[in-house]
Design a binder for this molecule. Structure first.
Ligand code: NDP
Ligand code: 7N6
Length: 308
């Protein structure tokens, strides 16, 4: 592939200022341009984007500025010979800190005090309610960049961390790794279940009624993966009927979460607007990934994070 141009698509603006990314790419050995809508692209073109557009298929290379590339037409790109790369590898710290922040808030009741503060109310929680993360079990489903970012921070806080991945291979800080067939055993005694898998045919609806019923009734679900990894109707029933204690939800089947969704209403549900990975350094992280692959292409080496 001979690269003659890198196009930064306006959709990257969903995660960072477009001009910040362009500035961070000023030292690339190819011209960097911006484009809106469905730009005309062709041989020699690369495009960095948040989501897909039909015209991207005609470029040589499409870079998804997210780790999750489930919205991109992978088979179509493969048929067209268009390379697709994603942005896995950069979200361990951001999502790890957000997930732990949510879990700490729920355990230490910070969300309750903040709600009371809005009414200038000095609120005492019932004696039984506050707990510590230390000593509690966390099950992390999906042990890649996100999962490890969560697991290593939870381990540092003294949690008993177990996890689930297809290979079953061990991961630092994770006491026991289960395979997906043993998911129910893995979540049965967990106080927190954190989802960090990609959205695939295998993981769509991974957490449904059976899994929510298998979790302890004082457990919390943390979803920083994709909304559809959870059967949202079953989750709403689980919250309404108190099969579980609550949740921290960053991702939803429909985003933005519709204003009439019952998920907004629960005191024990923390809703974040798909912001777990947001950081004011995102443009630098994405620029580093793009620069690495531009250099690799020029050296005729295989690309990192290539998924199609
Ligand atoms: P990685 O590829 O690094 O990790 C994915 C992990 O999931 C691997 O450990 C893989 O392990 C495991 N996995 C895959 N399929 C299954 C399965 N069926 N059951 C259990 N484990 C499985 O990806 P990232 O950690 O970078 O990102 C994961 C996902 O998180 C993204 O695809 C994206 O959807 C979402 N995400 C959300 C963000 C947010 O802002 N909320 C930010 C970044 C990512 P193995 O191969 O051994 O199964
Ligand atoms: C934007 C990150 C991903 O898959 O969903 C996230 O990487 C978006 C900051």
């Amino acid at each position: 592939m001979h690269l003659s141009r890198l196009v930064v698509h306006e959709s990257v603006g969903k995660a960072m200022p477009v001009e910040s990314l362009v500035e961070s790419l000023a030292d690339l050995p190819v011209p960097v341009e911006t484009a809106a809508g469905d730009p005309e692209l062709g041989p020699g073109d690369a495009v960095a984007a948040f989501g897909p557009r039909p015209g991207f298929r005609d470029a040589d290379w499409v870079h998804c500025i997210r780790a999750g590339y489930d919205e991109f037409p992978v088979a179509e790109y493969e048929a067209a010979g268009t390379a697709l790369t994603n942005s896995t590898g950069i979200h361990g710290t951001t999502v790890g800190e957000t997930a732990l922040g949510g879990m700490l808030a729920l355990a230490r009741r910070l969300h309750v005090y903040r709600d009371a503060q809005r009414e200038s109310r000095w609120h005492d929680e019932p004696y039984e309610t506050p707990f510590t993360l230390s000593g509690e079990r966390l099950c992390v489903v999906g042990l890649g960049t996100l999962g490890r970012g969560i697991a290593e921070r939870a381990d540092a806080l003294g949690m008993d961390v177990v996890g689930v991945r297809r290979s079953g291979e061990s991961v630092p800080g994770v006491r026991r790794v289960y395979r997906p067939d043993d998911l129910h055993e893995a979540i049965a005694d967990a106080r927190f279940v954190a989802l960090a898998t990609p959205l695939t045919d295998e993981t769509r609806g991974l957490i449904g009624e059976a899994e929510l019923r298998a979790m302890p009734d004082d457990a919390y679900l943390v979803n920083v993966a994709r909304g559809a990894v959870v059967d949202e109707e079953a989750l709403q029933q689980a919250l309404a009927e108190e099969w579980i204690a609550g949740a921290m939800l960053d991702t939803f089947v429909e985003e933005p979460l519709p204003a009439d969704s019952p998920l907004w209403e629960y005191d024990e549900v923390l809703v974040t607007p798909h912001s777990a990975a947001m950081t004011n350094r995102y443009h630098e992280d994405i620029a580093d990934l793009l620069r690495q692959n531009v250099e690799r292409l020029r050296a005729d080496e295989s690309m990192v994070n290539r998924v199609a």
